[in-house]
Design a protein around this ligand. Structure first.
Ligand SMILES: NC(=O)c1ccc[n+]([C@@H]2O[C@H](COP(=O)([O-])OP(=O)(O)OC[C@H]3O[C@@H](n4cnc5c(N)ncnc54)[C@H](OP(=O)(O)O)[C@@H]3O)[C@@H](O)[C@H]2O)c1
Length: 355
């Protein structure tokens, strides 16, 4: 039985493909450009997987019914839906088409094939204070003012929230599905592998360039993390386990609060750590000044993920214990991510922000 993965070429997707194929589980990648399969196989081999167990089929989240040739699909055990537009300052329409309509099309495909759906949402779906503040309440997507939600959160987060509420609604009478809710993804806990497009990479880069003189939020704020290899192991268990929980929060509660975390990273980079805090509403206003966000390489939307709220991990931790997934110390993953950054970019040049 094969696992179909959308978003297989992305950061999490590549690590998930490596995880499955290293264990000889066949994976079929839904790709906009299946001609990229040899490159993806090579990358997955580098990550410790086995590219021989990887095949590809054409598909596009933006196309009606994903433009998938259903008759060309093998027997599927599960579909893991990772594919999404993941960026700041997306146009609402494009984010909605790919992230909401695309997710619903994947959901319908899983139902049609009667296989498990592993749907990847995000940890903000478990932040009830944030959800009620932005008006994401109740279970009927038709009763939520999404225009307002997108205005308050930005199109990426808005579309991820809308997709999750819509998929849950669509699957009310379907049993065989799991929602995995990742925190911000950190690099691989050993190699530190981290894509430049990932938010943690941007934080490390900002510190390296002396751009983060103050830590956003107050002393209680944090940006919870999960290493990409732990996340891949969790998604794989959620895919194959006979009775996973309906929702699985993928987050390491030992992630340091933001300022101590930035201090750790700054020390490893030999840069000056943030000297204090800046309230998020103030930073939000500053970043709205034209050009500032680009110059500071920080976008207002990214700040929503920095919150003081803590989460109840009871069910997720019980599941991880049962299936034998151990979380490596998060500090190890942070150090490895910085090490990877330094190997890719060299030591930051002396100047602004040097300790
Ligand atoms: N990284 C995080 O911190 C984080 C945290 C919480 C949740 N998540 C969620 O986890 C998932 C994967 O994140 P990631 O960090 O791996 O993202 P990523 O590196 O940006 O990868 C996105 C993937 O989606 C694919 N994709 C985009 N548009 C598509 C389309 N129209 N049709 C088919 N495929 C399309 C991309 O394929 P191409 O190669 O064709 O562009 C790529 O494989 C997303 O759903 C994201 O919202 C991520």
């Amino acid at each position: 039985m094969t696992i179909l993965i959308t978003g297989a070429t992305g950061f999490i997707g590549r690590h998930l493909c490596a995880h499955f194929t290293a264990r000889q589980t066949p994976v079929l990648a839904l790709m906009r450009n299946p001609g990229g399969l040899p490159g993806l196989r090579a990358r997955i081999n580098e990550l410790g997987g086995n590219g021989d167990y990887l095949a590809a089929i054409h598909g596009d989240l933006d196309a009606p019914d994903l433009a998938v040739e259903s008759s060309a699909l093998p027997d599927l055990q599960a579909i893991v839906h990772l594919g999404a537009r993941f960026a700041w300052r997306l146009p609402n329409k494009a984010a909605r088409r790919t992230n909401v309509a695309g997710s619903l099309a994947v959901t319908r495909l899983a139902r049609r094939l009667d296989c498990r759906l592993v749907f990847i949402s995000g940890f903000m779906l478990e932040n009830s204070r944030h959800l009620s503040r932005i008006g994401v309440t109740g279970q009927d997507p038709a009763l939520i003012n999404w225009q307002r939600v997108y205005r308050l959160t930005g199109a990426y987060e808005g579309s991820k929230l809308e997709a999750a509420i819509a998929v849950r609604h669509e699957l009310q009478d379907y049993e065989n599905w799991v929602e995995v809710q990742p925190a911000t993804v950190a690099g691989h806990s050993v190699s530190g592998d981290l894509d430049p497009s990932q938010p943690l990479y941007a934080l490390i880069d900002n510190l390296a360039r002396g751009r983060l003189a103050l830590s956003p939020g107050g002393p209680a704020h944090w940006l919870p993390l999960i290493p990409v290899d732990t996340l891949a192991a969790m998604i794989a268990r959620a895919t194959l386990d006979p009775s996973p929980p309906r929702r699985l929060l993928a987050l390491d509660e030992a992630t340091p609060n933001l300022r101590p975390m930035l201090t750790l990273v700054a020390k490893a980079l030999e840069r000056r750590p943030p000297s204090g805090h800046i309230p998020i509403p103030l930073l939000f206003l500053l970043l709205r000044v034209p050009g500032v966000a680009r110059f500071a390489n920080t976008y207002p939307e990214a700040l929503h993920f920095i919150q003081p709220d803590r989460f109840d991990l009871g069910g997720a931790d019980e599941f991880l214990d049962r299936v034998g997934v151990a979380k490596p110390p998060i500090r190890q993953a942070i150090d490895a991510s910085v090490g990877h950054y330094l190997r890719e970019n060299g030591a930051p040049s002396p100047g602004l922000g040097r300790r």
